[in-house]
Design a protein around this ligand. Structure first.
Ligand SMILES: [Zn+2]
Ligand SMILES: [Zn+2]
Length: 135
């Protein structure tokens, strides 16, 4: 015996065979998912919920349902600017923000081999200490 459940989208009671939506909405949701996928493919910059509702005429209820069921992912904001690969701060372009770029070039300088002279054991211990202090 199927249970009577409330459709998660249109809120009408329906005979549930384990699903969360009535048959009508199920058809709508499947159609909407394809519509949204195509829309996002054509408009990767406009992946906010409002953009999707406007661009596809899909009702907000259905978009939210798809999100909840993890059948759809949207970005929090509609601008999908590139982000720094290290700190994930939005940046204009490139791979990383100025701060991380500076940090990394500093690290590279430290890592670069320094010219080494023959030193007495005492001297090398002293420079080792200096390096420790610099850290
Ligand atoms: Zn329904
Ligand atoms: Zn950064």
């Amino acid at each position: 015996m199927p249970d009577i459940a409330q459709c998660k989208i249109c809120k009408k009671p329906f005979q549930s065979f384990g699903g969360h939506t009535c048959h009508n909405c199920l058809v709508d949701v499947d159609a909407a998912q394809i519509k949204i996928r195509d829309y996002l493919y054509d408009n990767p910059q406009k992946s906010g919920i409002d953009d999707i509702c406007e661009g596809t005429d899909v009702s907000r209820n259905i978009v939210l349902y798809l999100l909840k069921e993890k059948r759809l992912t949207v970005s929090e904001s509609s601008d999908s600017a590139p982000t720094c690969i290290y700190c994930h701060r939005p940046i204009g372009n490139g791979l990383m923000c100025d701060e991380c770029r500076a940090l990394i070039s500093n690290k590279l300088q430290y890592a670069a081999p320094k010219p080494t002279k023959k030193k007495s054991p005492d001297d090398s211990r002293r420079s080792q200490l200096l390096i420790d202090l610099n850290r």
